[in-house]
Ligand binder design. Structure first.
Ligand code: KG4
Ligand code: ZN
Length: 365
């Protein structure tokens, strides 16, 4: 079965084509047109600008995907699109585009939850072959992106139960805000992790010791806004004590030290909380997903702890950590497998009825 995926929830215009045979998936095309440079000027994603860019690019991205996959539209069996959550002007472009294709091509259409997509991305091997086996469940996944920080427990395939989440900022958002405080630009994650590498062990030199918020709270929730404030105060203090003006560029050595200590604090909390779940819930597999899953420190430390617990660990290949449409097509495939004949028939009418939903919730069934 060949599946087309469309993703426009934030600042990537993405179209992908995957093919599943006997439960094994492979990627025929993975096209992503990134708007990161455009939004960098504003220090974050501007929803209406994102929508305008999606409109400009989406037909071209589809054309490229069909060319790469060397197929034509008649060979597509199912269309999938990110239904939510995300920025509504951005989501509307992809959903309406997918509805138009479903109408013109006469294909079934289903809406996919963005986070369900990220979760599915962890089950690709380096050759972009996918397989999500029943024996992976119960599955625990840590989803960390610019908009989400959640521990999700799936007792059975694709029944999502959120057992913990951030009470304020998402992890990716914290990386982005700290990057701004340090004058490093947007997006913050990749640049902070680069600086952190050089800042290893330098935190002591500047007396940096950031809090690990909620690390010992009895639940599985997170909080990152206090950590961001701690970074802000440390930077203010440094400026005062060293007579640096508010807009003056901070010395590289100090920036690297802050980046290192901040990343350590984030990774400590994420790893400790995820591992704590294993003591209270029966788990077969632990996975990591979302844009922040590109962070090597987090990948390595979490993997090490999971393996110590004799469990398997999955995380997406680097190319699939950020937003893409492969993950939507793959999650869409598994969603389709769970649907009844009546629901599949109904999917043929979705070109009329599918709605973008910026606050879409994951389903626990
Ligand atoms: O999943 P994603 O592409 O978009 C959302 O759905 O939000 O995640 C983007 C987030 C950004 O906040 C970015 O700073 C963060 O992922 N990110 C990272 C790294 N690469 C991207 N955070 C930490 N370390 C990284 N290497
Ligand atoms: Zn995302």
């Amino acid at each position: 079965m060949k599946i087309l995926g469309v993703e426009t929830s934030c600042d990537e215009t993405a179209v992908a084509i995957t093919e599943f045979k006997n439960g094994q998936g492979k990627v025929l095309a993975n096209e992503v047109s990134s708007q990161v440079k455009l939004h960098a000027k504003w220090g974050g994603v501007v929803p209406n600008l994102a929508a305008r860019e999606h409109l400009k690019n989406i037909v071209l991205v589809l054309d490229e995907a069909l060319n790469k996959a060397k197929i034509n539209s008649t060979e597509i069996d199912l269309i999938t699109a990110t239904e939510g959550p995300g920025l509504i002007p951005a989501l509307l472009v992809g959903v309406n585009f997918a509805k138009t294709l479903a109408y013109l091509w006469g294909k079934p259409l289903i809406g996919v939850h963005h986070i369900a997509g990220h979760i599915a991305s962890a089950f690709s091997d380096e050759n972009f072959n996918f397989q999500i086996d029943k024996k992976f469940f119960p599955l625990l996944t840590l989803t960390v992106s610019g908009g989400h920080t959640q521990l999700i427990y799936m007792k059975k395939p694709f029944a999502y139960k959120i057992i913990g989440e951030t009470q304020d900022d998402a992890v990716g958002e914290a990386f982005d805000k700290v990057a701004r405080i340090l004058g490093l630009g947007y997006p913050g994650g990749p640049i902070i992790s680069q600086k952190a590498k050089k800042g290893k062990g330098k935190n002591g030199k500047y007396g940096l010791n950031f809090p690990r918020p909620m690390i010992n709270s009895g639940d599985f929730n997170f909080s990152f806004s206090g950590l961001k404030t701690a970074v802000l105060y440390a930077v203010k203090k440094f400026r005062q004590e060293n007579n640096f003006g508010d807009d003056e560029k901070l010395p590289a050595d100090f920036v690297e030290a802050v980046a290192f200590e901040f990343q350590e604090a984030v990774v400590d909390v994420l790893v400790r909380k995820t591992i704590k779940v294993l003591a209270e819930h029966s788990v077969q597999v632990v996975s990591l997903a979302g844009g922040v899953a590109a962070n090597m420190e987090l990948r390595d430390k979490l993997k090490k702890e999971v393996l110590k617990n004799n469990l398997n660990f999955y995380c997406p290949p680097m190319i699939l950590t950020g937003d893409n449409a492969v993950m939507i097509a793959v999650a869409g495939y598994y969603q389709w497998q769970k649907m009844t004949i009546a629901q599949k028939k109904q999917a043929r009418q979705n070109w009329q009825t599918l709605q973008a939903d910026s606050g879409l919730k994951l389903k626990n069934n």
